[in-house]
Design a protein around this ligand. Structure first.
Ligand code: G3P
Length: 235
C-alpha cells in the first residue's frame, strides 16, 4: 500500500521546509498546533500558511462549538484556498455528533477532514451522512488511543472496510507516536498518515542494519560511561 505521508504542523518555517520535500504529500493542522506555533489571528495565520503551501492539500480546523457557527466557519475557511480541507471534529464539546455540519458542508462540495475519530462506529455515522463524490478524510487518532490502553488497529481495519465503496473517502492515521507507525499504517492499507516533522526525518533515514544499530547503541553506552568516569573499584 502506498500510504501518503502528510506533515502534522502549523509552524511557518517548518511548513516552508517540509513543503519542499517530495515525501510530504500534504499538511494537517489543529487549533492546538496553531496556538503552539504562535498564531494570534486565525485567518491571517492560515493565509500565511496557504501562501507557502499553495498546492498540497492542507487541513484547517473549525473551532466553533455549535452547528451554525461550525457551518459558517467551514464555508469561510473553504474559500481561502483550493487545496484546503475543512477539518471538523466528529462531535462538539457536548458530545453531539456533528452530522448536520458534515452533511451540509459535504453537500456544498467542500472537502472535509473529520477529526477526533476513535471508533469504526463513528466512521459509520460519518459515511451515513456524506455523498460518494466530494472528498472526505477520516482521521483516526491512533496514538491517543494507545495512550489510553486501546488498540486502534481493529478500528482502522473496520473503518477501511466500511469506506471501501466510497472512492472519495480516505482514512488517515493521526496522532503518530513513533516512526514505526508509518509501517503499521502501510501494512493495514491506510491511505494517509500525518506525521510530526521530527518523525518524518526519522522515516527518511529508515533502513539501518541491525549491526549498525547495535554498534550505535554500544558506543552510546560506552561514551556515557566514560563521560561519567564510571569505575568499579573495591578499594
Ligand atoms: O493533528 C491531529 C493529530 O495528529 C494530533 O496528534 O500527537 O496531538 O495526539 P497528537
Amino acid at each position: 500500500m502506498n500510504t501518503k505521508i502528510f506533515c502534522d504542523i502549523a509552524e511557518l518555517d517548518q511548513i516552508k521546509k517540509f513543503n519542499k520535500k517530495k515525501i510530504v504529500k500534504g499538511f494537517t493542522t489543529n487549533p492546538s498546533l496553531m496556538r503552539k506555533a504562535g498564531a494570534k489571528d486565525y485567518k491571517n495565520y492560515s493565509k500565511k500558511i496557504l501562501n507557502i503551501c499553495k498546492d498540497k492539500p492542507i487541513s484547517l480546523e473549525v473551532f466553533a462549538d455549535d452547528y451554525k457557527n461550525m457551518i459558517s466557519q467551514g464555508k469561510k475557511i473553504n474559500t481561502w484556498g483550493k487545496n484546503v480541507y475543512v477539518k471538523v471534529p466528529v462531535v462538539n464539546s457536548k458530545n453531539i455528533f456533528t452530522g448536520k455540519v458534515i452533511k451540509e458542508l459535504n453537500n456544498d462540495n467542500i472537502k472535509l477532514n473529520i477529526t477526533a475519530v476513535y471508533s469504526a462506529k463513528q466512521t459509520k455515522k460519518i459515511l451515513d451522512v456524506i455523498n460518494k463524490k466530494t472528498k472526505v478524510i477520516i482521521s483516526i487518532f491512533a496514538g491517543r488511543a494507545g495512550d489510553a490502553g486501546k488498540d486502534p488497529i481493529p478500528e482502522f481495519i473496520k473503518s477501511m472496510k466500511l469506506s471501501k465503496k466510497f472512492k472519495n473517502v480516505e482514512i488517515l492515521w493521526a496522532s503518530v507516536r513513533e516512526p514505526y507507525n508509518y509501517l503499521q499504517a502501510k501494512q493495514i492499507g491506510c491511505q494517509i498518515i500525518t506525521v510530526p516533522p521530527s518523525i518524518i526525518e526519522k522515516i527518511e533515514k529508515f533502513g539501518k542494519s541491525s549491526k549498525k544499530l547495535t554498534l550505535e547503541t554500544v558506543n552510546g553506552f560506552l561514551k556515557d560511561s566514560r563521560k561519567s568516569k564510571f569505575k568499579i573499584d573495591d578499594k
